[in-house]
Design a binder for this molecule. Structure first.
Ligand code: F0G
Length: 454
């Protein structure tokens, strides 16, 4: 068969409330043109994020009933911990309420003024946590990773030469080396197993702990299986284990590749680091066997981790994005290629060259896409990354519109509808003029800032 079907059927449905274009024009105004400020009831297809928005399986809902809410030592924690360790062989598994809480604890140990922390590309919350501690965050992804049209198979790879030079230059000021799989902010592009191993070796040669930001580890492993020499006949589970075997720790948002609606964790091998993390955890999240989650959440994650490494699921998951990328590409809309794991990324800088990066071309596309089709997407460009720590504004490396697909939630006809909305946008794009920011907070402005059309 050439048709790759959704490898599930639907047992419970959530209705989508239809809206008109005129209604959406009014909603946009009320939201000051920030899509985060929309009510989700006013969105037809919500591709804002793949985080916590996926559908849980019948087995996960069943597991939830088994959740044990004991404050300390709950069997739900032990089931969660065993599930994690089956894939990620770390000594210490520390649950948190979501990924950024794990990052905050990591940064409380390793961050601080004068510190320099490299990554292929820091996600915005990781960067936010690092900068808030007074440390600086650096993105050292390979050059191909910044070229939306490059077909390089592992565009999330760390630039090893740059990392080596960085470690030599900053020496003791570098507390850890991080690597994000897949590279979300760089288009959901994968990191090869060879690159993961090489980054680990470099970090260790300089005596630095190597920490993986692991949100989309299963999608990354699927790409490794598809694209990396010698990995084709291996199971996803074996590939995942190999990725984490060379790391000293991980942060995780279980809202992605653990099929959770909430959750995360931090893991270490080192006993002292784990102790420091648990002390902080108790102050900020909760006792180490629940860490800000309910026992039932831990059960859902334990089950989700068994399901996420299913190859039929991963094949369908990746195919959804490939399908949309192929169709947009045929229409002449510049998209990040190859398709990323969790999202389709449209290259708005090439598509709307008449809009200056600091008039936010990607944000302009995202707003219009909502107006035309009720589709909510997310800007990953100069709104998200443009404001510098010194207060100045600088265009981001790329101006991307991200259409992130919640896991197991939308179907093929939803994908076709999205493509149709882009057809309409194609016809109107030359008349678009961009936006200016009229109000913004000090950090991570994209979540709450307000815009006015130019
Ligand atoms: N790291 C990466 C690579 C992420 O993509 C995210 C979240 C986090 C860390 C933080 O995890 O949300 O559980 O606190 N990304 C979501 C997104 C929000 O839409 O890409 P969290």
């Amino acid at each position: 068969f050439t048709t790759i079907i959704e490898p599930f059927r639907i047992k419970s449905v959530e209705p989508i409330r239809m809206t008109t274009r005129a209604e959406r024009v009014a909603k946009l105004k009320d939201a000051h043109f920030n899509l985060f400020a929309l009510k989700s009831d006013d969105v037809l297809i919500d591709l804002l994020t793949d985080s916590g928005t996926g559908a849980m399986s019948a087995e996960q809902w069943a597991a939830i009933m088994r959740g044990d809410e004991s404050y300390a030592g709950s069997p739900s924690y032990y089931r969660f911990k065993d599930s994690v360790q089956e894939l990620m062989p770390f000594e210490h598994i520390i649950p948190t309420h979501q990924g950024r809480a794990a990052e905050a604890i990591l940064v409380s140990i390793f961050g601080g003024t004068g510190k320099h922390i490299p990554n292929n590309t820091h996600f915005d919350t990781t960067r936010g946590n690092i900068e808030a501690s007074g440390a600086q965050a650096y993105d050292l992804v390979i050059e191909e990773g910044k070229d939306p049209s490059s077909l390089f198979p592992f565009k999330g790879n760390m630039d090893l030469a740059k990392l080596e030079a960085f470690l030599e230059e900053h020496g003791d000021a570098v507390p850890i080396v991080m690597l994000t799989i897949t590279n979300n902010a760089g288009g959901g592009q994968p990191v090869s197993l060879a690159n993961i191993r090489a980054v680990s070796q470099l970090a260790h040669r300089f005596g630095k702990p190597f920490i993986i930001d692991s949100c989309r580890f299963a999608e990354n492993a699927y790409f490794i299986k598809q694209r990396e020499e010698g990995q084709q006949y291996r199971s996803i589970k074996d590939i995942v284990r190999d990725c984490f075997a060379v790391a000293d720790g991980m942060t995780m948002s279980a809202k992605k590749d653990a099929f959770g609606n909430i959750g995360g964790w931090l893991a270490f091998n080192d006993d002292d680091l784990a102790e420091k993390a648990r002390v902080r955890l108790i102050q900020t999240e909760g006792f180490p066997t629940y860490g800000g989650l309910a026992g039932r959440d831990l059960e859902a994650l334990a089950q989700g981790l068994h399901e996420i490494i299913d190859e039929d699921y991963l094949k369908y998951r990746i195919r959804t994005n490939e399908y949309i990328v192929e169709r947009l590409d045929k229409m002449g809309i510049p998209v990040v290629k190859p398709a990323g794991g969790h999202a389709v990324f449209v290259d708005a800088k090439s598509w709307l060259p008449h809009i200056d990066p600091l008039a936010y071309p990607a944000h302009t596309v995202a707003v219009k896409l909502y107006e035309l089709g009720g589709i909510r997407s997310c800007e990953i460009g100069s709104v998200m990354f443009g404001r510098q720590t010194d207060g100045s504004e600088k265009p981001a490396a790329m101006e991307l519109v991200r259409l992130a697909f919640p896991r197991r939630t939308y179907t093929q006809s939803h994908a076709d509808y999205v493509v149709e909305a882009f057809e309409m946008l194609q016809a109107e794009k030359d008349s678009l003029t961009g936006f200016k920011v009229i109000k913004e907070p000090k950090l991570m402005r994209h979540f709450t800032c307000e815009f006015a059309p130019l």
